[in-house]
Design a protein around this ligand. Structure first.
Ligand SMILES: *Cc1c(COP(=O)(O)O)cnc(C)c1O
Length: 403
């Protein structure tokens, strides 16, 4: 029966290997013994008697009671992702941003302090720089690659530390173990946005972080269909910090989206391995091109933090950022000449997608700030998909000729 809401991996699950967990973890079969995970499109649940309803509200029994709190399809996704992440607990959310806000908003109250790296996804930066300060939280930003800046910022008591590694779009890394040590000494909870790292290639919890957040819109769905998010970490911490935010603010993943995501997890590692191999091949080809000024991919020896990337990642992701020798008009001619790669600001899709950060995702930054991040008019962020890498390369080659 489907009354088991509580999440803790069973002993059997703990012994299983990753590829098995990807297709089996968290499965809850109904009395119909269906093969595939079922989609429970229901807002409520019925009680056999009034006493059980009372016991449920007193939290004396844990069972499904209302889909803002939990839903069997959502539980299957949460448990499967937790198993893959090696986390005690996962809470699913309807978007990546609600995952970020559920954690940071849940951790911080007026008078608290958050230290974050500057190189954040735009809306994550807005939460730290605008939303939290309106409620009396002090936000301090550092260059995430510079341990001295972290040390200085964390020399006073701090509530939360937040960073993304690798960052968007410049693919700079933060040393998770070193920053976590400094953060813990300052009393802070370490929250890592692991979207670019991906659940396969980067395991921040194993390097000392306390909480991992995902936009499952990206590689977890990986097929450009739905929005979703997730928060992972210790059961005790998330139960206190994240569970009330999700329940009370209604930051609830829909059963339909959870069903898409739980099935996506079955193939996620296969997709990611193939896409990362394609990304490396494309990055290496870009490095050989005279019309390309610079190529950034953590798996290249030329990446300034290649050593750190090898230390804390087991693969280097699906995004390659490069700069062509062109002004804005030249860059637009290249983008418009592409026949296969689509112009889109999404990423982590099976289809290769390209964006021009200076005029889209990073248009809020001043020319000075962009130069600081080494984003110029010729910079492009390419999310490499599952197409044949030779077709991607030929598409780029033909488009460069239009420059
Ligand atoms: C896309 C993204 C988010 C936000 O996720 P949504 O699902 O769009 O809400 C947060 N962080 C990073 C790094 C992202 O790429």
């Amino acid at each position: 029966m489907l009354t088991n809401v509580a999440r803790m991996a069973s002993d059997q699950e703990r012994r299983l290997r990753r590829d098995t967990l990807a297709v089996r973890a968290g499965l809850r079969r109904s009395q119909f013994e269906e093969t595939a995970e079922a989609m429970f499109l229901t807002s409520g649940y019925v009680y056999p008697n009034a006493a059980e309803a009372e016991a449920t509200f007193k939290e004396e029994v844990e069972r499904y009671s209302y889909s803002r709190y939990h839903n069997p399809t959502v539980s299957m996704f949460e448990d499967r992702l937790a198993a893959l992440e090696g986390a005690e607990r996962c809470y699913a959310t309807p978007t990546g941003m609600s995952a970020v806000f559920a954690v940071l908003g849940g951790l911080c109250a007026a008078g608290d302090r958050i230290v974050a790296s500057k190189a954040l996804f735009g809306t994550c930066y807005t939460i730290c720089a605008d939303v939290l300060p309106r409620w009396g939280v002090e936000a301090v930003f550092v260059d995430g690659t510079n341990l001295d800046e972290w040390r200085e910022a964390l020399s006073v008591p701090t509530t939360a530390v937040f960073f993304e590694t690798p960052s968007n779009p410049t693919l700079t890394l933060v040393d998770i173990a070193a920053v976590s040590e400094l953060a813990h000494a300052a009393g802070a909870t370490v929250v890592v946005d692991n979207v670019f790292g991906t659940p396969l290639f980067s395991t921040p919890l194993a390097h000392g972080a306390d909480v991992v957040v995902y936009s499952s819109t990206k590689h977890i769905d990986g097929q450009g269909r739905i929005l979703g998010g997730a928060v992972l970490g210790r059961e005790s911490l998330l139960r206190e910090v994240v569970r009330p935010m999700i329940r009370n603010l209604g930051l609830t993943l829909s059963a339909f989206n959870a069903w898409v995501l739980v099935k996506s997890l079955e193939t996620m590692d296969l997709r990611l391995r193939a896409q990362a191999a394609n990304a490396l091949q494309v990055a290496q080809w870009l490095e050989s091109r005279p019309d390309v000024v610079s190529v950034c991919y953590p798996g290249l020896d030329s990446h300034p933090q290649a050593e750190l990337a090898r230390r804390q990642m087991t693969g280097f992701g699906t995004v390659v950022t490069f700069t062509v020798d062109a002004d804005k008009e030249g860059a637009f001619r290249v983008l418009d000449a592409l026949q296969i790669i689509d112009i889109s600001n999404n990423l982590g899709d099976t289809k290769s997608l390209i964006t021009h950060p200076a005029t889209t995702t990073h248009s809020r930054f001043s020319a000075e700030e962009l130069a600081d991040m080494q984003i110029t008019a010729g910079t492009m962020r390419l999310s490499v998909g599952l197409e044949d890498p030779l077709d991607i390369i030929e598409d780029l080659e033909a488009a460069f000729a239009a420059r």
